[in-house]
Design a binder for this molecule. Structure first.
Ligand code: ADP
Ligand code: MG
Length: 299
């Protein structure tokens, strides 16, 4: 209802580990009203007359969450989108930002968007049973690393080796990935074990699992199929929860070999995603959407 594409901004609190002199000066001019604006103070500059000044950069979003915001508040804003997936729509939620900005905290921590979405869907589906709806909920979790798809719920030994293809069924408007593990989410507690399994697999596959996860995109795919025994209605929806690779501008200079390849793939896939979202945002019928330019867009 609020538009096809919405952009929120979340600012995480300053952590004890952050160096104090590099802390950005951020203000929230309308935090008591609409919570849509954020102002970031640029670096101080000295003019030829010796005056010190700093430029303010202001940005407007559909909503701005300040440093004291909790995951529950963020989820409130997206819960309608989660509901849309139950109604048979395809929904994508992306976390974008530099490494350390709070993407994984928002998306996959214990009280993050993934567990909350699963719980909400489970509760709502349960409530719809008396109206004749029977839902099945399936989850997969994949990683896109160097334009390669890995099954985070599969075997760690097969990472970067086993091939997975993305298939589109244009008629059904459905996208699937071949040979990925699918887990039936028949209880809301299952999501915990899925997140743990994914994390354990990543730790086996990469000695520096944290670093690897910052340099790959992870996509939690929830597929919801509903059948109504009273009305005969059928609905199929997908909810994709995406934790993107760190958006820090990576310099090509100085990196070689594997690092250079990683860097190029991240830069390319994030800029392709920008192109896709910008084309979708124009909302014109018949606009070419360049989905094919990278794996994460295709997915
Ligand atoms: P990213 O996934 O973007 O690299 P993380 O989610 O791992 O970043 O966050 C980096 C660190 O900041 C973690 O230690 C995380 O617990 C902490 N953090 C992030 N967001 C918040 C928040 N809103 N409140 C408290 N701590 C946070
Ligand atoms: Mg992360």
């Amino acid at each position: 209802l609020k538009g096809n594409i919405r952009v929120f901004c979340r600012v995480r609190p300053v952590l004890a580990s952050d160096s104090s002199e590099n802390t950005a000066k951020i203000s929230f001019p309308d935090q008591d009203m609409d919570c849509r604006e954020i102002t970031v103070q640029g670096p101080e500059e000295k003019s030829s007359l010796g005056l010190i000044s700093a430029k303010n950069h202001s940005f407007t979003y559909d909503h701005v969450f300040g440093p004291r915001s909790q995951n529950a508040e963020v989820f409130e804003e997206i819960s309608q989108l989660v509901q849309s997936a139950l109604d048979g729509y395809n929904v994508c939620i992306f976390c974008y930002g530099q490494t350390g900005s709070g993407k994984t905290h928002t998306m996959s921590s214990e009280d993050g968007m993934i567990p909350r979405a699963v719980r909400q869907i489970y509760d709502t589906a349960h409530g719809l049973e008396e109206k004749g709806w029977q839902y099945t909920m399936e989850g997969s979790f994949v990683e896109v690393y160097n334009e390669n798809i890995n099954d985070l719920l599969g075997k760690a030994e097969e990472f970067d080796k086993k091939k997975h293809e993305i298939r589109h069924d244009l008629q059904k408007c459905q996208t699937t990935v071949t040979n990925v593990t699918t887990v039936s989410l028949d209880s809301p507690e299952k999501v915990e074990s899925i997140l743990q399994r994914a994390w354990a697999n990543r730790s086996v596959a990469a000695t520096k699992a944290n670093e690897r996860s910052s340099r790959s995109h992870s996509v939690f795919i929830l597929r919801l199929v509903g059948d109504n025994s009273i009305t005969g209605e059928h609905s199929e929806g997908n909810l994709n929860l995406v934790d993107l690779a760190g958006s820090e501008r990576l310099s090509h200079s100085g990196s070689t070999g594997d690092r250079l390849k990683e860097t190029q793939n991240i830069n390319k896939s994030l800029s392709c995603l920008g192109d896709v979202i910008s084309a979708l945002g124009q909302g014109k019928e018949g606009t070419h959407i360049p989905y094919r330019n990278s794996k994460v867009c295709k997915l």
